[in-house]
Design a protein around this ligand. Structure first.
Ligand SMILES: [Mg+2]
Length: 149
């Protein structure tokens, strides 16, 4: 049977149960993160900020799980999950959150997001999320390759 890990974040009592909403973000890697082959537009700084803001983050990619773990280690970011693409539904089972979003660049991402009960944001066309904006100038600074792919 699945086991859900309750995640609460309780500081200032917003939200129905006296806690702030918790969001979970799953990142595709290739074509989505700047570290991907090819490089996508989402930078390390953005991902780190999402984590600092309390999002549960991790990756869901066609890359072997070991590769995904190595990538996060290289980036120096500790993540909550690293799964293969068809295992995205297992992430929903493991973590209790108020919203589940998968960010990716292909129809395969869209497919697995939908069948796993995640919202899907396509990285080439999405509006920037608040955690993507620079605290210095309020702008979204996509990675060096931009969103041309
Ligand atoms: Mg991809």
């Amino acid at each position: 049977m699945e086991q859900r890990i309750p995640v609460t974040s309780s500081e200032d009592g917003a939200g129905e149960a006296g806690r702030r909403p918790v969001g979970l973000i799953s990142f595709d890697i290739d074509g989505t993160l700047t570290t991907g082959h090819g490089p996508g537009p989402i930078t390390r700084e953005m991902v780190e900020r999402a984590k600092e803001w309390g999002y549960i983050i991790g990756s869901c990619s066609d890359r072997p799980v070991g590769d995904q773990k190595n990538m996060w280690e290289t980036w120096g970011i500790e993540v909550s999950f690293t799964v293969l693409k068809h295992m995205l539904d297992s992430v929903k089972s493991r973590f209790e959150a108020d919203s589940y979003v998968h960010i990716g660049d292909t129809d395969v991402d869209y497919h697995f997001a939908r069948v796993s009960g995640f919202d899907f944001l396509q990285v080439q066309t999405m509006d920037p999320e608040p955690w993507m904006l620079s605290p210095e100038d309020g702008q979204c600074h996509w990675g060096p390759e931009g969103r041309t792919r």
